[in-house]
Design a protein around this ligand. Structure first.
Ligand code: HEM
Length: 532
Protein backbone atom coordinates (compact mmCIF):
# COMPACT_ATOMS: atom_id res chain seq x y z
CA UNK A 1 0.00 0.00 0.00
CA UNK A 2 1.38 3.36 -0.98
CA UNK A 3 2.44 5.57 1.90
CA UNK A 4 1.71 8.66 -0.11
CA UNK A 5 -1.95 8.64 -1.01
CA UNK A 6 -3.04 10.47 -4.15
CA UNK A 7 -3.51 14.03 -2.94
CA UNK A 8 -7.27 13.66 -2.71
CA UNK A 9 -7.62 16.04 0.18
CA UNK A 10 -6.39 18.90 -1.94
CA UNK A 11 -8.15 22.11 -1.01
CA UNK A 12 -9.33 23.97 -4.08
CA UNK A 13 -9.58 27.70 -3.61
CA UNK A 14 -12.25 30.19 -4.61
CA UNK A 15 -11.54 33.65 -6.06
CA UNK A 16 -11.99 35.62 -2.78
CA UNK A 17 -9.70 33.13 -1.00
CA UNK A 18 -6.91 33.76 -3.47
CA UNK A 19 -7.37 37.55 -3.69
CA UNK A 20 -4.29 39.60 -2.95
CA UNK A 21 -6.48 42.14 -1.12
CA UNK A 22 -8.56 39.52 0.71
CA UNK A 23 -8.20 41.28 4.09
CA UNK A 24 -9.72 44.46 2.69
CA UNK A 25 -12.75 42.81 1.09
CA UNK A 26 -16.12 44.17 2.25
CA UNK A 27 -19.56 42.63 2.37
CA UNK A 28 -22.34 44.12 0.24
CA UNK A 29 -26.02 43.40 -0.18
CA UNK A 30 -27.36 42.79 -3.69
CA UNK A 31 -29.17 46.12 -3.34
CA UNK A 32 -25.86 47.92 -2.62
CA UNK A 33 -24.40 46.47 -5.82
CA UNK A 34 -27.51 47.35 -7.86
CA UNK A 35 -26.97 51.07 -7.18
CA UNK A 36 -23.69 51.02 -9.17
CA UNK A 37 -25.30 50.57 -12.54
CA UNK A 38 -23.79 53.26 -14.75
CA UNK A 39 -20.77 53.20 -17.09
CA UNK A 40 -18.77 55.52 -14.85
CA UNK A 41 -19.86 53.71 -11.70
CA UNK A 42 -20.12 50.07 -12.67
CA UNK A 43 -20.15 47.10 -10.29
CA UNK A 44 -20.99 43.51 -11.13
CA UNK A 45 -21.25 40.21 -9.27
CA UNK A 46 -19.41 37.13 -10.52
CA UNK A 47 -19.84 34.00 -8.42
CA UNK A 48 -20.71 35.92 -5.22
CA UNK A 49 -17.72 38.27 -5.60
CA UNK A 50 -18.25 41.98 -6.25
CA UNK A 51 -16.09 43.76 -8.86
CA UNK A 52 -15.86 47.52 -9.32
CA UNK A 53 -15.21 47.80 -13.07
CA UNK A 54 -15.65 51.60 -13.32
CA UNK A 55 -12.01 52.09 -14.29
CA UNK A 56 -11.88 48.95 -16.46
CA UNK A 57 -14.99 49.45 -18.55
CA UNK A 58 -13.19 51.35 -21.34
CA UNK A 59 -10.30 48.90 -21.29
CA UNK A 60 -12.43 45.74 -21.43
CA UNK A 61 -11.34 43.68 -24.48
CA UNK A 62 -14.97 42.63 -25.02
CA UNK A 63 -16.09 46.29 -25.14
CA UNK A 64 -17.93 48.57 -22.72
CA UNK A 65 -21.39 47.88 -24.08
CA UNK A 66 -21.57 44.30 -22.78
CA UNK A 67 -20.51 45.42 -19.31
CA UNK A 68 -23.05 48.27 -19.31
CA UNK A 69 -25.77 45.68 -20.02
CA UNK A 70 -25.02 43.85 -16.75
CA UNK A 71 -24.07 46.88 -14.60
CA UNK A 72 -25.23 46.41 -11.00
CA UNK A 73 -26.27 42.78 -11.71
CA UNK A 74 -25.14 39.22 -11.15
CA UNK A 75 -23.19 38.48 -14.35
CA UNK A 76 -21.91 35.02 -13.38
CA UNK A 77 -23.45 33.11 -16.25
CA UNK A 78 -22.48 35.68 -18.88
CA UNK A 79 -18.94 35.83 -17.49
CA UNK A 80 -18.26 32.09 -17.58
CA UNK A 81 -19.69 31.86 -21.08
CA UNK A 82 -16.95 34.24 -22.29
CA UNK A 83 -13.86 33.89 -20.12
CA UNK A 84 -11.57 31.34 -18.56
CA UNK A 85 -11.56 31.43 -14.76
CA UNK A 86 -7.92 32.64 -14.81
CA UNK A 87 -9.21 36.06 -15.98
CA UNK A 88 -10.65 36.57 -12.49
CA UNK A 89 -7.29 36.01 -10.82
CA UNK A 90 -5.49 38.16 -13.37
CA UNK A 91 -7.86 41.09 -12.82
CA UNK A 92 -8.19 40.52 -9.05
CA UNK A 93 -7.41 44.20 -8.46
CA UNK A 94 -11.02 45.07 -9.32
CA UNK A 95 -12.41 42.73 -6.64
CA UNK A 96 -13.84 44.83 -3.79
CA UNK A 97 -15.93 42.44 -1.75
CA UNK A 98 -18.47 39.64 -1.55
CA UNK A 99 -22.27 39.45 -1.43
CA UNK A 100 -23.81 38.88 2.00
CA UNK A 101 -25.23 35.41 2.45
CA UNK A 102 -23.72 34.04 -0.80
CA UNK A 103 -20.92 31.51 -1.10
CA UNK A 104 -18.66 31.10 -4.13
CA UNK A 105 -19.30 27.92 -6.10
CA UNK A 106 -16.52 28.11 -8.68
CA UNK A 107 -13.12 26.75 -7.73
CA UNK A 108 -9.97 28.02 -9.36
CA UNK A 109 -7.28 25.93 -10.97
CA UNK A 110 -4.68 26.27 -8.19
CA UNK A 111 -0.97 25.82 -8.78
CA UNK A 112 0.55 22.44 -8.08
CA UNK A 113 -2.71 20.59 -7.42
CA UNK A 114 -4.40 17.74 -9.24
CA UNK A 115 -7.44 18.60 -11.29
CA UNK A 116 -10.75 17.69 -9.67
CA UNK A 117 -12.37 17.23 -13.11
CA UNK A 118 -13.21 13.55 -13.81
CA UNK A 119 -10.79 11.97 -16.32
CA UNK A 120 -8.52 15.03 -16.20
CA UNK A 121 -5.91 12.88 -14.48
CA UNK A 122 -4.81 9.33 -15.29
CA UNK A 123 -6.23 6.60 -13.07
CA UNK A 124 -3.17 6.37 -10.85
CA UNK A 125 -3.71 9.99 -9.81
CA UNK A 126 -7.48 9.68 -9.34
CA UNK A 127 -8.92 9.36 -5.87
CA UNK A 128 -9.86 5.83 -4.87
CA UNK A 129 -8.20 4.10 -7.85
CA UNK A 130 -5.10 1.91 -7.79
CA UNK A 131 -2.35 1.15 -10.26
CA UNK A 132 0.29 -1.59 -10.21
CA UNK A 133 2.86 0.59 -11.97
CA UNK A 134 3.54 3.59 -9.76
CA UNK A 135 5.37 3.82 -6.44
CA UNK A 136 5.75 6.62 -3.90
CA UNK A 137 8.74 8.03 -5.77
CA UNK A 138 6.57 8.52 -8.88
CA UNK A 139 3.94 10.35 -6.84
CA UNK A 140 6.48 12.63 -5.19
CA UNK A 141 8.07 13.39 -8.55
CA UNK A 142 4.65 14.05 -10.12
CA UNK A 143 3.76 16.55 -7.42
CA UNK A 144 7.08 18.35 -7.70
CA UNK A 145 6.79 18.48 -11.50
CA UNK A 146 3.22 19.79 -11.34
CA UNK A 147 4.36 22.61 -9.08
CA UNK A 148 7.33 23.44 -11.29
CA UNK A 149 5.19 23.51 -14.43
CA UNK A 150 2.44 25.58 -12.80
CA UNK A 151 4.80 28.02 -11.15
CA UNK A 152 7.51 28.45 -13.77
CA UNK A 153 7.12 26.57 -17.03
CA UNK A 154 3.58 27.52 -18.11
CA UNK A 155 4.19 31.26 -18.14
CA UNK A 156 7.34 30.95 -20.24
CA UNK A 157 5.64 28.36 -22.47
CA UNK A 158 2.63 30.54 -23.24
CA UNK A 159 4.75 33.66 -23.82
CA UNK A 160 7.27 31.91 -26.10
CA UNK A 161 4.52 30.06 -27.95
CA UNK A 162 3.18 33.51 -28.86
CA UNK A 163 6.38 35.43 -29.63
CA UNK A 164 8.10 32.41 -31.24
CA UNK A 165 11.39 32.99 -29.40
CA UNK A 166 13.44 30.13 -27.97
CA UNK A 167 12.54 28.90 -24.46
CA UNK A 168 14.10 30.81 -21.56
CA UNK A 169 17.75 29.81 -21.23
CA UNK A 170 17.57 30.49 -17.48
CA UNK A 171 14.75 27.96 -17.16
CA UNK A 172 16.62 25.35 -19.18
CA UNK A 173 19.68 25.95 -16.97
CA UNK A 174 17.48 25.58 -13.92
CA UNK A 175 16.34 22.21 -15.31
CA UNK A 176 20.04 21.45 -15.63
CA UNK A 177 20.73 22.32 -11.99
CA UNK A 178 17.77 20.21 -10.86
CA UNK A 179 19.14 17.35 -12.99
CA UNK A 180 15.87 17.30 -14.89
CA UNK A 181 17.65 17.52 -18.24
CA UNK A 182 19.55 14.35 -17.36
CA UNK A 183 16.34 12.69 -16.14
CA UNK A 184 14.67 13.45 -19.46
CA UNK A 185 17.27 11.22 -21.13
CA UNK A 186 15.72 8.20 -19.38
CA UNK A 187 17.24 5.65 -17.03
CA UNK A 188 20.97 5.63 -17.74
CA UNK A 189 24.43 5.80 -16.24
CA UNK A 190 24.18 9.57 -16.62
CA UNK A 191 22.08 9.67 -13.47
CA UNK A 192 24.57 7.91 -11.22
CA UNK A 193 25.85 10.08 -8.41
CA UNK A 194 23.38 12.89 -9.11
CA UNK A 195 20.83 14.32 -6.69
CA UNK A 196 17.67 13.94 -8.72
CA UNK A 197 14.69 16.30 -8.78
CA UNK A 198 11.77 15.02 -6.70
CA UNK A 199 14.17 13.00 -4.55
CA UNK A 200 14.19 9.96 -6.86
CA UNK A 201 17.15 7.70 -6.17
CA UNK A 202 19.27 7.39 -9.32
CA UNK A 203 19.25 3.57 -9.15
CA UNK A 204 15.44 3.55 -8.87
CA UNK A 205 14.79 5.92 -11.75
CA UNK A 206 12.74 4.07 -14.38
CA UNK A 207 10.72 4.82 -17.50
CA UNK A 208 7.64 5.61 -15.40
CA UNK A 209 9.56 8.49 -13.81
CA UNK A 210 10.42 9.72 -17.26
CA UNK A 211 6.79 9.30 -18.35
CA UNK A 212 5.71 11.45 -15.38
CA UNK A 213 8.13 14.23 -16.39
CA UNK A 214 6.98 14.16 -20.04
CA UNK A 215 3.30 14.13 -19.21
CA UNK A 216 3.56 16.92 -16.66
CA UNK A 217 5.52 19.13 -19.07
CA UNK A 218 2.72 18.75 -21.61
CA UNK A 219 0.25 20.32 -19.21
CA UNK A 220 1.73 23.71 -20.10
CA UNK A 221 -0.50 23.41 -23.18
CA UNK A 222 2.09 24.62 -25.69
CA UNK A 223 3.07 21.95 -28.23
CA UNK A 224 5.73 23.94 -30.10
CA UNK A 225 7.37 25.05 -26.87
CA UNK A 226 7.38 21.46 -25.67
CA UNK A 227 9.63 20.55 -28.58
CA UNK A 228 11.55 23.80 -28.18
CA UNK A 229 12.33 22.98 -24.58
CA UNK A 230 15.23 20.59 -25.18
CA UNK A 231 13.32 18.33 -27.58
CA UNK A 232 16.52 18.30 -29.65
CA UNK A 233 18.55 17.17 -26.66
CA UNK A 234 16.23 14.23 -25.99
CA UNK A 235 16.84 12.81 -29.46
CA UNK A 236 20.18 14.38 -30.42
CA UNK A 237 22.24 13.52 -27.34
CA UNK A 238 21.72 9.70 -27.21
CA UNK A 239 23.90 9.08 -30.29
CA UNK A 240 26.73 10.93 -28.48
CA UNK A 241 26.03 9.14 -25.18
CA UNK A 242 25.88 5.68 -26.74
CA UNK A 243 28.24 5.92 -29.72
CA UNK A 244 30.53 8.94 -29.21
CA UNK A 245 34.25 8.81 -28.34
CA UNK A 246 35.24 9.42 -24.71
CA UNK A 247 36.52 12.86 -25.70
CA UNK A 248 33.15 13.81 -27.22
CA UNK A 249 31.20 12.42 -24.27
CA UNK A 250 33.29 14.26 -21.69
CA UNK A 251 33.14 17.54 -23.56
CA UNK A 252 29.60 17.63 -24.87
CA UNK A 253 27.30 15.80 -22.48
CA UNK A 254 27.92 18.01 -19.40
CA UNK A 255 27.47 21.29 -21.25
CA UNK A 256 24.25 20.13 -22.94
CA UNK A 257 22.79 18.76 -19.70
CA UNK A 258 23.66 22.02 -17.95
CA UNK A 259 21.67 23.95 -20.58
CA UNK A 260 24.74 25.84 -21.76
CA UNK A 261 24.81 24.23 -25.20
CA UNK A 262 22.06 22.83 -27.41
CA UNK A 263 22.05 19.79 -29.65
CA UNK A 264 19.76 18.50 -32.40
CA UNK A 265 19.22 15.29 -34.27
CA UNK A 266 19.68 16.06 -37.97
CA UNK A 267 18.38 13.20 -40.07
CA UNK A 268 15.48 14.22 -42.29
CA UNK A 269 16.00 16.05 -45.56
CA UNK A 270 13.76 17.55 -48.18
CA UNK A 271 14.70 14.40 -50.15
CA UNK A 272 13.85 11.84 -47.46
CA UNK A 273 11.81 11.76 -44.27
CA UNK A 274 10.74 8.43 -42.81
CA UNK A 275 12.75 6.77 -45.61
CA UNK A 276 16.16 7.40 -44.02
CA UNK A 277 17.97 5.17 -46.50
CA UNK A 278 17.40 7.81 -49.22
CA UNK A 279 19.43 10.59 -47.54
CA UNK A 280 21.74 12.69 -49.76
CA UNK A 281 24.01 14.65 -47.39
CA UNK A 282 27.55 13.44 -48.09
CA UNK A 283 30.68 13.20 -45.94
CA UNK A 284 33.98 12.55 -47.75
CA UNK A 285 37.18 11.75 -45.89
CA UNK A 286 40.13 14.09 -46.55
CA UNK A 287 43.19 12.35 -48.06
CA UNK A 288 44.99 12.47 -44.66
CA UNK A 289 41.98 10.72 -43.07
CA UNK A 290 41.75 13.32 -40.32
CA UNK A 291 38.52 15.01 -41.39
CA UNK A 292 35.26 14.58 -43.23
CA UNK A 293 34.01 17.27 -45.62
CA UNK A 294 30.25 17.46 -45.31
CA UNK A 295 27.90 18.84 -47.97
CA UNK A 296 24.12 18.75 -48.03
CA UNK A 297 20.95 19.93 -46.39
CA UNK A 298 18.66 18.89 -43.55
CA UNK A 299 15.05 19.90 -43.04
CA UNK A 300 12.58 20.00 -40.12
CA UNK A 301 15.36 19.85 -37.53
CA UNK A 302 13.84 20.51 -34.10
CA UNK A 303 15.85 23.12 -32.13
CA UNK A 304 18.19 23.34 -35.14
CA UNK A 305 18.00 27.11 -35.35
CA UNK A 306 19.62 27.56 -31.97
CA UNK A 307 21.65 24.37 -31.71
CA UNK A 308 25.41 24.29 -31.25
CA UNK A 309 25.72 20.62 -32.21
CA UNK A 310 24.03 18.37 -34.73
CA UNK A 311 24.02 14.57 -34.57
CA UNK A 312 23.84 14.22 -38.31
CA UNK A 313 23.11 11.34 -40.67
CA UNK A 314 25.45 11.45 -43.67
CA UNK A 315 26.29 9.26 -46.63
CA UNK A 316 29.96 8.22 -46.39
CA UNK A 317 29.95 6.31 -49.68
CA UNK A 318 29.95 2.97 -47.84
CA UNK A 319 26.50 3.53 -46.38
CA UNK A 320 24.93 5.77 -43.78
CA UNK A 321 27.10 7.14 -40.97
CA UNK A 322 26.44 9.43 -38.01
CA UNK A 323 28.65 12.45 -37.41
CA UNK A 324 28.60 15.07 -34.68
CA UNK A 325 28.80 18.39 -36.52
CA UNK A 326 29.57 21.53 -34.54
CA UNK A 327 28.15 24.90 -35.56
CA UNK A 328 30.89 26.83 -37.36
CA UNK A 329 32.11 27.71 -40.81
CA UNK A 330 29.87 26.37 -43.56
CA UNK A 331 26.94 25.57 -41.23
CA UNK A 332 23.88 27.74 -41.75
CA UNK A 333 20.41 27.40 -40.21
CA UNK A 334 17.15 29.07 -41.19
CA UNK A 335 13.89 28.97 -39.27
CA UNK A 336 11.07 27.05 -40.94
CA UNK A 337 7.61 28.32 -40.18
CA UNK A 338 5.57 25.20 -39.50
CA UNK A 339 2.04 25.13 -38.13
CA UNK A 340 3.35 25.22 -34.58
CA UNK A 341 5.36 27.99 -32.99
CA UNK A 342 8.89 28.89 -34.04
CA UNK A 343 9.77 28.52 -30.34
CA UNK A 344 10.63 24.93 -31.39
CA UNK A 345 13.46 26.38 -33.51
CA UNK A 346 12.57 24.04 -36.42
CA UNK A 347 15.27 24.62 -38.99
CA UNK A 348 16.47 24.11 -42.52
CA UNK A 349 20.21 23.46 -42.35
CA UNK A 350 22.83 23.75 -45.05
CA UNK A 351 26.27 22.19 -44.73
CA UNK A 352 28.63 23.74 -47.21
CA UNK A 353 32.08 22.10 -47.24
CA UNK A 354 32.00 21.73 -43.46
CA UNK A 355 35.24 20.29 -42.07
CA UNK A 356 34.44 17.78 -39.32
CA UNK A 357 37.14 15.93 -37.30
CA UNK A 358 37.12 12.19 -38.02
CA UNK A 359 36.88 11.65 -34.26
CA UNK A 360 33.34 13.07 -34.38
CA UNK A 361 32.09 9.85 -35.95
CA UNK A 362 29.31 8.33 -33.83
CA UNK A 363 29.53 4.56 -34.05
CA UNK A 364 31.15 2.88 -37.03
CA UNK A 365 31.41 4.22 -40.55
CA UNK A 366 28.63 2.82 -42.73
CA UNK A 367 26.74 1.58 -39.67
CA UNK A 368 24.83 4.79 -39.00
CA UNK A 369 21.47 3.16 -39.61
CA UNK A 370 22.02 1.13 -36.46
CA UNK A 371 22.66 4.37 -34.51
CA UNK A 372 19.55 5.95 -35.99
CA UNK A 373 17.34 2.93 -35.32
CA UNK A 374 18.61 2.41 -31.79
CA UNK A 375 17.35 5.88 -31.00
CA UNK A 376 13.91 5.50 -32.48
CA UNK A 377 12.16 3.36 -29.84
CA UNK A 378 12.80 5.81 -27.04
CA UNK A 379 11.97 8.86 -29.16
CA UNK A 380 8.68 7.35 -30.35
CA UNK A 381 7.72 6.21 -26.87
CA UNK A 382 8.44 9.72 -25.48
CA UNK A 383 6.21 11.18 -28.19
CA UNK A 384 3.44 8.83 -27.07
CA UNK A 385 3.75 10.14 -23.48
CA UNK A 386 3.25 13.68 -24.77
CA UNK A 387 0.48 12.82 -27.21
CA UNK A 388 -1.60 11.05 -24.55
CA UNK A 389 -1.10 13.89 -22.06
CA UNK A 390 -2.19 16.39 -24.72
CA UNK A 391 -5.31 14.37 -25.51
CA UNK A 392 -6.16 14.20 -21.82
CA UNK A 393 -5.79 17.94 -21.41
CA UNK A 394 -8.31 18.34 -24.20
CA UNK A 395 -10.74 15.94 -22.50
CA UNK A 396 -10.49 18.07 -19.36
CA UNK A 397 -11.15 21.27 -21.31
CA UNK A 398 -14.18 19.70 -22.99
CA UNK A 399 -15.57 18.46 -19.66
CA UNK A 400 -15.26 21.95 -18.18
CA UNK A 401 -16.75 23.67 -21.23
CA UNK A 402 -19.63 21.21 -21.60
CA UNK A 403 -20.68 21.94 -18.04
CA UNK A 404 -20.37 25.72 -18.17
CA UNK A 405 -21.50 26.61 -21.69
CA UNK A 406 -25.21 27.06 -22.29
CA UNK A 407 -26.78 26.74 -25.72
CA UNK A 408 -30.43 26.41 -26.65
CA UNK A 409 -31.34 27.20 -23.01
CA UNK A 410 -29.34 24.39 -21.37
CA UNK A 411 -25.79 23.37 -20.59
CA UNK A 412 -24.03 21.51 -23.41
CA UNK A 413 -23.65 18.46 -21.15
CA UNK A 414 -27.42 18.06 -21.18
CA UNK A 415 -27.28 17.31 -24.91
CA UNK A 416 -26.94 13.58 -25.64
CA UNK A 417 -24.80 14.27 -28.71
CA UNK A 418 -22.23 16.07 -26.58
CA UNK A 419 -22.21 13.28 -23.98
CA UNK A 420 -21.65 10.75 -26.76
CA UNK A 421 -18.64 12.72 -27.99
CA UNK A 422 -17.25 12.96 -24.45
CA UNK A 423 -17.73 9.22 -23.93
CA UNK A 424 -15.70 8.46 -27.04
CA UNK A 425 -12.98 10.93 -26.05
CA UNK A 426 -12.72 9.45 -22.55
CA UNK A 427 -12.53 5.79 -23.55
CA UNK A 428 -9.99 6.59 -26.23
CA UNK A 429 -7.66 8.51 -23.92
CA UNK A 430 -8.02 5.89 -21.18
CA UNK A 431 -7.26 3.20 -23.77
CA UNK A 432 -4.03 4.78 -25.01
CA UNK A 433 -2.84 5.63 -21.47
CA UNK A 434 -3.28 1.98 -20.45
CA UNK A 435 -1.54 0.81 -23.65
CA UNK A 436 1.32 3.26 -22.98
CA UNK A 437 1.69 2.08 -19.39
CA UNK A 438 1.82 -1.56 -20.51
CA UNK A 439 4.62 -0.81 -23.01
CA UNK A 440 6.42 1.33 -20.40
CA UNK A 441 6.28 -1.61 -17.99
CA UNK A 442 7.85 -3.86 -20.66
CA UNK A 443 10.61 -1.28 -21.19
CA UNK A 444 11.32 -1.27 -17.46
CA UNK A 445 11.84 -5.02 -17.54
CA UNK A 446 13.84 -5.47 -20.72
CA UNK A 447 17.46 -4.81 -21.55
CA UNK A 448 18.17 -2.23 -24.24
CA UNK A 449 18.90 -5.06 -26.69
CA UNK A 450 15.63 -6.85 -25.84
CA UNK A 451 13.75 -3.60 -26.31
CA UNK A 452 15.32 -3.15 -29.74
CA UNK A 453 14.35 -6.71 -30.69
CA UNK A 454 10.89 -6.93 -29.17
CA UNK A 455 9.48 -3.42 -28.87
CA UNK A 456 10.08 -1.63 -32.17
CA UNK A 457 6.84 -3.02 -33.62
CA UNK A 458 4.73 -2.58 -30.47
CA UNK A 459 6.00 1.00 -30.00
CA UNK A 460 5.21 1.72 -33.65
CA UNK A 461 1.67 0.47 -33.11
CA UNK A 462 1.38 2.38 -29.83
CA UNK A 463 2.41 5.62 -31.52
CA UNK A 464 -0.08 4.98 -34.30
CA UNK A 465 -2.84 4.41 -31.75
CA UNK A 466 -1.93 7.56 -29.81
CA UNK A 467 -1.86 9.81 -32.84
CA UNK A 468 -5.05 8.36 -34.35
CA UNK A 469 -6.77 8.96 -31.01
CA UNK A 470 -5.35 12.50 -30.80
CA UNK A 471 -6.74 13.27 -34.27
CA UNK A 472 -10.20 11.99 -33.38
CA UNK A 473 -10.19 13.79 -30.03
CA UNK A 474 -9.10 17.04 -31.69
CA UNK A 475 -11.92 16.71 -34.19
CA UNK A 476 -14.61 16.15 -31.55
CA UNK A 477 -13.20 18.87 -29.29
CA UNK A 478 -13.43 21.48 -32.05
CA UNK A 479 -17.07 20.52 -32.66
CA UNK A 480 -17.81 20.90 -28.93
CA UNK A 481 -16.06 24.28 -28.70
CA UNK A 482 -17.34 25.63 -32.03
CA UNK A 483 -15.69 28.89 -33.14
CA UNK A 484 -13.58 29.04 -30.00
CA UNK A 485 -11.94 25.74 -30.96
CA UNK A 486 -10.45 27.45 -34.01
CA UNK A 487 -9.59 30.76 -32.29
CA UNK A 488 -6.18 31.31 -30.73
CA UNK A 489 -6.13 32.22 -27.02
CA UNK A 490 -9.10 32.70 -24.71
CA UNK A 491 -11.66 30.00 -23.92
CA UNK A 492 -10.72 27.54 -26.65
CA UNK A 493 -6.99 28.32 -26.74
CA UNK A 494 -5.89 24.83 -25.75
CA UNK A 495 -8.27 23.17 -28.21
CA UNK A 496 -7.13 25.42 -31.06
CA UNK A 497 -3.48 24.71 -30.25
CA UNK A 498 -4.12 20.96 -30.06
CA UNK A 499 -6.09 20.68 -33.30
CA UNK A 500 -3.35 22.68 -35.07
CA UNK A 501 -0.42 20.71 -33.67
CA UNK A 502 -1.52 17.13 -32.90
CA UNK A 503 -0.40 16.11 -36.39
CA UNK A 504 3.22 16.68 -35.39
CA UNK A 505 3.18 13.44 -33.43
CA UNK A 506 1.62 11.63 -36.40
CA UNK A 507 4.43 12.78 -38.72
CA UNK A 508 7.59 13.29 -36.64
CA UNK A 509 9.66 10.31 -35.52
CA UNK A 510 8.17 8.11 -38.27
CA UNK A 511 4.87 8.70 -40.06
CA UNK A 512 1.77 7.03 -38.65
CA UNK A 513 1.36 4.75 -41.68
CA UNK A 514 5.03 3.68 -41.71
CA UNK A 515 4.89 2.80 -38.01
CA UNK A 516 1.61 0.92 -38.30
CA UNK A 517 3.14 -1.08 -41.10
CA UNK A 518 6.33 -1.68 -39.09
CA UNK A 519 4.20 -3.12 -36.27
CA UNK A 520 2.44 -5.57 -38.55
CA UNK A 521 5.58 -6.52 -40.50
CA UNK A 522 7.43 -7.29 -37.27
CA UNK A 523 4.55 -9.44 -36.06
CA UNK A 524 4.40 -11.15 -39.44
CA UNK A 525 8.10 -12.01 -39.21
CA UNK A 526 7.43 -13.90 -35.99
CA UNK A 527 4.38 -15.66 -37.40
CA UNK A 528 4.59 -19.47 -37.11
CA UNK A 529 3.58 -21.67 -40.02
CA UNK A 530 0.09 -21.71 -38.63
CA UNK A 531 -2.99 -22.12 -40.76
CA UNK A 532 -6.67 -21.78 -39.95
C1 HEM B 1 -14.43 40.85 -13.79
C2 HEM B 1 -15.03 41.17 -14.92
C3 HEM B 1 -14.44 41.01 -16.27
C4 HEM B 1 -13.14 41.00 -16.67
C5 HEM B 1 -11.90 41.17 -15.82
C6 HEM B 1 -13.13 40.76 -18.10
C7 HEM B 1 -11.99 40.64 -18.88
C8 HEM B 1 -11.99 40.26 -20.18
C9 HEM B 1 -10.82 39.91 -20.94
C10 HEM B 1 -9.39 39.90 -20.41
C11 HEM B 1 -11.21 39.57 -22.19
C12 HEM B 1 -10.30 39.11 -23.36
C13 HEM B 1 -10.49 37.63 -23.61
C14 HEM B 1 -9.97 36.75 -22.51
O1 HEM B 1 -8.82 36.94 -22.05
O2 HEM B 1 -10.71 35.83 -22.11
C15 HEM B 1 -12.64 39.71 -22.23
C16 HEM B 1 -13.40 39.46 -23.36
C17 HEM B 1 -14.78 39.54 -23.36
N1 HEM B 1 -15.59 39.82 -22.31
FE1 HEM B 1 -15.01 40.29 -20.43
N2 HEM B 1 -14.43 40.66 -18.54
C18 HEM B 1 -15.24 40.81 -17.46
C19 HEM B 1 -16.62 40.73 -17.46
C20 HEM B 1 -17.40 40.51 -18.55
C21 HEM B 1 -18.82 40.36 -18.53
C22 HEM B 1 -19.68 40.42 -17.28
C23 HEM B 1 -19.22 40.17 -19.82
C24 HEM B 1 -20.60 39.95 -20.40
C25 HEM B 1 -21.68 40.43 -19.91
C26 HEM B 1 -18.04 40.16 -20.64
C27 HEM B 1 -18.03 39.97 -21.99
C28 HEM B 1 -16.91 39.79 -22.74
C29 HEM B 1 -16.92 39.48 -24.15
C30 HEM B 1 -18.16 39.36 -25.04
C31 HEM B 1 -15.60 39.33 -24.53
C32 HEM B 1 -15.07 38.95 -25.93
C33 HEM B 1 -15.07 37.43 -25.95
C34 HEM B 1 -14.57 36.81 -27.22
O3 HEM B 1 -13.83 37.44 -27.98
O4 HEM B 1 -14.94 35.64 -27.43
N3 HEM B 1 -16.95 40.38 -19.84
N4 HEM B 1 -13.08 40.11 -21.02
Amino acid sequence: MSAIAPPSKTKYLTVPETARNKDQLKQFSKEDVAKHNKEDDLWIIVDSAVYDLSKFVDLHPGGSHVLAQVAGQDATEAFFGMHRAEVLSKYGRYLIGTVEGQKPRIILPTKGTLSPVPYAEPTWLSEGYKSPYYKDSHRVLQKAMRELVDEEVREDAQAREKDGKRPSIELVRKFGELNLNAMRMGPSKLLHGRKLFGGVKPEEFDYFHELVISQELCRAGARGYNDGFQGGMCIGLPPVMNFGSDELKQRIIPEVLAGNKWISLAITEAFAGSDVAGLRTTAKKTPDGKHYIVNGTKKWITNGHFSDYFSTAVNTGNGLSMLLIERGEGVDTKLIKTSYSTTAGTAYITFDNVKVPAGNLLGKEGKGLFVVLSNFNHERWAMCCGSVAGSRLVVEECMRWAHQRKAFGKALIEQAVIRAKLAAMIYKVEGVQAYLENITYQMCHMSYAQQADMLAGPIGLLKTACTRVAGEIADDAVQIFGGRGITQGGMGGIIEMFQRTQKFDAVLGGAEEVLADLGVRQASRKMPKAVL
